[in-house]
Write a protein that binds this ligand. Structure first.
Ligand code: ATP
Ligand code: MG
Length: 480
């Protein structure tokens, strides 16, 4: 298709997408018209409209100052957020919409710390040129008549048609001003399935170490968006190949090991990417961040545990234990919530257990422990373990999946007989204290754990059995 025809087609698609939001745009446009201010839809909103994937989160830019914006929208909005006001952003809730209205920016970068000093600008063009990528630097004028002129001084439409991420100015300058933009490139590679321009790639390779200057929270937010995108493997590959991974997630690139035909072990890095792809294919309720993180990181303990055995083979003993610890350390450094850290590292810790049992040789006790240790993570563990089978040998793959089918059947059978979700001792702390005649303290915990072990081993007990077991344990420790 000739360029002009393609552009026209994209713009028509965008106009259709924007028209769905015409009522809210007209109302907001008339408020700005009346006050004599300019208003533009901008950034991700224009990009997404062109790609036909516009959400009700809309980004705007204006010449009006934040206080003026607040005043204009105060009677119209359902809610106004001021958390971003320091950076010139007023958040507005209106029905299902979340609107972010930001005053034109014209930042100057302090060349020592490179922290942006927020300065407001007077012209749209100055605002657009300081954005991260040209595809994010297009604008649509909004007035009382609704969405109007399309403004693209930096060639964003051509980049979008070519599905390329390029910076408005020289990438070295742009990334020097805000190194996070490099990581945003990897995020958009995943989200939009775009490629980076060659000059952007080169600049990232050169400047990746500058990501050190970015706070863990900002890094993690982009990593999550990357992982949740449509093509996280492409984003991760860009990260690892350019050296960004070395700074933000060194363990992932660390899984690239020489492929050694004699020892038949696959490149662990490529294997992990395949597992991630396969885990995504098993998702049944939208993108699952915990599952995706666990799939990416499940083997990060392998390089550190690799041993060449006397028989010529290679082993990775306890790589799941080492891996779970490494996951904790990395995700904590990235300031993830305790819940995220616990969940992802527990999945990594458990991902191998299925293979520890011969095919079908699961005792009731082993099934109970598996379910209890996974807790609410069990559905994700099922997906992770199934995804972790990347052998090209079709018979072997089918055998593994069938074996996992049997494990799931065993879980279902046992769950029909006892409440597997709540495997706990048959006596509680109070009963333990009463039976042993001891006050609250560490001994009660020990007794409780002993009973829990028995409970996992044997299944439900009657109250008399549990009492007898408790007393005999107590005596075996030299008590009366
Ligand atoms: P999404 O909201 O779908 O995650 P987005 O493109 O809207 O994607 P935001 O982080 O919401 O991304 O940012 C909104 C817009 O602000 C971007 O489209 C871009 O124009 C600009 N922007 C955001 N972060 C930066 C940055 N670090 N440097 C330069 N411009 C940025
Ligand atoms: Mg946005």
């Amino acid at each position: 298709m000739p360029d002009a025809a393609q552009d026209a087609e994209l713009l028509t698609a965008a106009a259709v997408a924007l028209n769905k939001h015409a009522p809210v745009l007209r109302e907001l446009g008339s408020l700005f018209d009346a006050a004599g201010h300019e208003l533009y839809l901008v950034g991700g909103s224009v990009r997404d409209a062109l790609l036909g994937r516009l959400s009700p989160d809309l980004d705007f830019t204006t010449d009006a100052r934040p206080e003026q914006v607040q005043e204009m929208v105060s009677r119209w909005a359902d809610a106004v957020w001021e958390t971003g006001i320091r950076f010139g952003t007023v958040g507005v809730g209106k029905g299902d919409y979340r609107l972010e209205i930001t005053t034109f920016r014209a930042d100057a970068y302090d060349q020592v710390s490179r922290h942006p000093e927020v300065r407001f600008g007077e012209r749209l063009e100055d605002d657009l040129v300081r954005r991260d990528f040209t595809v994010n630097a297009m604008a649509v004028r909004v007035t009382a008549a609704g969405p109007g002129d399309f403004l693209d001084p930096l060639g964003g439409l051509a980049s979008l048609a070519a599905r390329v991420l390029d910076t408005p100015a020289a990438p070295q300058v742009s990334f020097g001003d805000d190194p996070l933009r490099m990581l945003r490139a990897a995020r958009f590679v995943s989200q939009l399935r775009f490629a980076v321009a060659p000059r952007v790639y080169e600049a990232i390779e050169e400047m990746a170490p500058q990501l050190e200057r970015i706070s863990a929270e900002r890094v993690a937010a982009e990593l999550d968006k990357m992982l949740l995108g449509d093509e996280p493997v492409a984003g991760i590959d860009l990260l690892v190949e350019t050296g960004m991974g070395e700074v933000v997630l060194p363990e992932v690139g660390g899984m690239r090991m020489a492929i050694d035909e004699h020892h038949q072990h696959k490149d662990v890095y490529q294997h992990s990417l395949t597992v991630l792809r396969q885990a995504i294919a098993l998702e049944d309720d939208g993108p699952d961040l915990v599952l995706r993180w666990a799939a990416l990181l499940h083997d990060i303990g392998k390089p550190a545990t690799r041993r060449h055995e006397a028989n010529g083979g290679v082993s990775f003993h306890h790589h799941e234990v080492v891996g779970a610890k490494m996951v904790r350390k990395r995700l904590r450094a990235l300031k993830y919530s305790k819940q995220m850290v616990d969940d992802i590292s527990q999945l990594v810790f458990l991902h191998l257990r299925f293979h520890g049992y011969g095919e079908g040789k699961w005792t009731d006790s082993a099934v109970r422990r598996y379910v209890t240790d996974a807790g609410p993570l069990l559905p994700r563990l099922h997906k992770l373990v199934r995804a972790d089978c990347t052998t090209r040998n079709k018979r072997r793959a089918a055998r593994l999946q069938a074996s996992y089918d049997r494990l799931e059947e065993r879980i279902a059978e046992l769950a029909a007989q006892e409440d597997l979700a709540r495997v706990r001792p048959d006596l509680d702390g109070n009963q333990i204290m009463e039976l042993l005649g001891i006050p609250a303290g560490p001994q009660v915990g020990e007794a409780w754990r002993h009973l829990k072990e028995l409970r996992l081993e044997r299944g439900p007990m009657t109250n008399e059995e549990a009492t007898a077991e408790l007393l005999s344990w107590w005596r075996s420790r030299g008590n009366q």
